[in-house]
Design a protein. Structure first.
Lengths: 279, 298
């Protein structure tokens, strides 16, 4: 029964989606256009939506690939840290989440409350104590300081535990009857069925890690260890010359994480749905 | 040894061990230390015990209250903008009205801003909201005949820029949460309601919203703390921690200023403790009321 009302709503929603998509993508278009302009011009005139072919050139790209100082060093550091962080966080958080989901043990409730508390307290509020702790442990300017506090990641643990409560206990029992050890059950039976939730968390953790700003800003001191956001931030000075690299470098920095997202997007919603908070 | 490791009794403790260690070393000990430091006057090489003087100083610190007010204002406005609108987007996307190709494109487009680092997003938005006549924001309001504005110099327009940045980056993420929540609502609820003659609006109010409640609570919780903890966006938009008249100063910005920029760790720790209490006071009753804490006891 497709009434007139149906078509009006369809037209309205189509228009709304098209319009909103355009508005959301405008900043990306603007920075893309900006990569063909001189930095000093951007500071003077701001970003533009029209590509002016009389002044557009590829100089910024040439700078990026030939004379960008430490840019690709930062790029590589970010890639490395993101990969390590995502792999270890997913593995360790799943490991812990399975402990919470599959067993009853002493102190379980109080420990899980701690998970929830860390989840609901913003890291920024605890960053100074953590900063002092890292300095006391002589870990400043060390990647370990960026990684270690977040590998058993509270909200990832929470998400995985939600996901795992949907797994039938019979599966675990069947594993035990077959003579698998507790860890064997986790590695061989549980991890494979967690794939969709891994995809969802890989995207969220990958995003966080690739774009992580405040904590690396506090921890990292030497410029050869900088990650991309920290490095790009050093280019933000009121002088025009750095803007050439800043804009093209910023634009370029979006690409890896965008590729990751587009690859896993299919599983993303599926994973989010399965691990979604349930009443 | 191997026997202990493989016993069913020890297994749960080994599974949760990484969390226990992380919690103790990187959260519990630092918090206790910070509580201790908040009672000290810390100078390089020497600390003196000054009891609650840091907290007394806080009460008469006008800039601190500016920061608290800004953070609360930002938090409340983001709640208004970042929850109802994404729920609506999620329902529209879920309604399949837009055609599957367009809907998928829209979904992807909405999410992509969340992938940009705050440094990149902040740089783009600082240029968009530039004070020159030719900045995109000024060109846009020029279409309606308005005079160019110095966006980032005034409190009201500065906040508008900050909120646009927040909406741009977070609408997509929150919409995703709600889409995930919507998929968990059984289809028969809607069918039954249709048979009873309910219209779209009634279905939305009586089925969608109650069923989405767990997701709404979750997004509400992370939005409250995300709002109160906002720092990066303001830091990038204002090119550092010093905005004109502190219009962009937030609680975390103040923490950063005292602890890192002024190196007054004792006082900064006192600020941190007050904040921790504020967030716990807001979030714990909420988590308890909605049963998230009870979930752990299952």
């Amino acid at each position: 029964m497709k009434s007139k009302k149906y078509f009006v709503s369809k037209l309205f929603i189509t228009l709304l989606f098209v319009l909103l998509s355009i508005v959301i993508l405008i900043p990306f278009w603007a920075i893309f256009v900006g990569t063909f302009q001189e930095g000093s011009m951007l500071i003077r005139n701001g970003l533009n939506l029209k590509l002016d072919f009389s002044t557009a050139n590829l100089d910024n790209y040439i700078t990026l690939f030939t004379d960008s100082g430490e840019y690709f060093n930062w790029f590589f550091n970010s890639m490395l840290l993101t990969v390590i962080q995502v792999v270890l966080t997913l593995f360790i958080s799943a490991f812990v989440a399975y402990g919470f989901a599959a067993y009853d043990f002493k102190f379980k409730n109080i420990l899980f409350i701690f998970v929830l508390l860390i989840m609901s307290v913003p890291f920024e509020m605890l960053m100074l104590p953590l900063y002092v702790q890292i300095n006391d442990m002589s870990l400043s300017d060390n990647y370990a300081a960026i990684l270690l506090p977040f590998l058993a990641h509270a909200s990832t643990i929470f998400f995985f535990r939600q996901y795992l409560t949907g797994v039938p206990k019979e599966l675990i029992e069947a594993g035990r009857i077959d003579g698998a050890s507790e860890f064997g059950i986790f590695f061989r039976l549980i991890m494979p069925i967690m794939k969709p939730s891994f995809a969802a968390m890989a995207i969220l953790n990958g995003m966080n890690s690739w774009n992580n700003f405040l904590w690396p800003l506090l921890v990292l001191r030497s410029s050869d260890k900088y990650t991309l956001p920290i490095g790009l931030n050093t280019l933000i000075t009121p002088y025009g010359n750095n803007y050439d690299l800043l804009i093209v470098g910023s634009f370029f920095s979006i690409i890896p994480i965008l590729v990751l997202f587009l690859c896993f997007q299919k599983y993303f919603i599926e994973g989010m749905t399965a691990g979604a908070v349930k009443g | 040894m191997k026997k202990i490791l493989y016993s069913k009794k020890a297994a749960p403790y080994i599974f949760i061990l990484p969390f226990v260690i992380t919690f103790a070393v990187f959260w519990l000990i630092p918090i206790i230390k910070s509580g201790y430091m908040s009672t000290q006057k810390i100078l390089p090489g020497q600390s003196t015990f000054i009891a609650l003087d840091n907290f007394k100083r806080l009460l008469s610190d006008r800039v601190f209250f500016v920061a608290v007010a800004n953070s609360f204002k930002y938090m409340i406005l983001t709640l208004v903008l970042l929850i109802p609108i994404p729920i609506l987007f999620a329902c529209l996307i879920n309604s399949k009205f837009g055609g599957s190709k367009l809907t998928n494109f829209f979904k992807t487009a909405m999410f992509v801003p969340a992938l940009t680092s705050v440094v990149v997003a902040g740089t783009i938005f600082r240029l968009i909201f530039g004070e020159m006549d030719t900045s995109l924001a000024n060109q846009f309001i020029g279409l309606f005949g308005a005079e160019p504005v110095k966006w980032l110099k005034e409190s009201f327009t500065g906040f508008a820029a900050l909120l646009s940045l927040a909406c741009w980056r977070w609408w997509g993420v929150n919409t995703m949460y709600f889409i995930a929540g919507l998929q968990n609502i059984p289809e028969d609820y809607y069918e039954a309601a249709s048979i009873d003659g309910a219209n779209t609006w009634q279905k939305f109010i009586n089925i969608t919203i109650p069923q989405l409640k767990p997701t709404i609570v979750y997004v509400l919780t992370i939005s409250i703390y995300g709002g109160l903890a906002m720092f990066n966006e303001s830091y990038m938009l204002h090119q550092g921690n010093n905005s004109p008249n502190n219009i962009g100063l937030t609680i975390v910005g103040y923490l950063y200023r005292q602890g890192i920029e002024k190196n007054d760790m004792g006082y900064a720790c006192a600020v941190g403790i007050v904040l921790l209490l504020i967030v716990l006071i807001i979030n714990i009753p909420q988590l308890m009321a909605t049963g998230t804490l009870k979930n752990g006891e299952r």
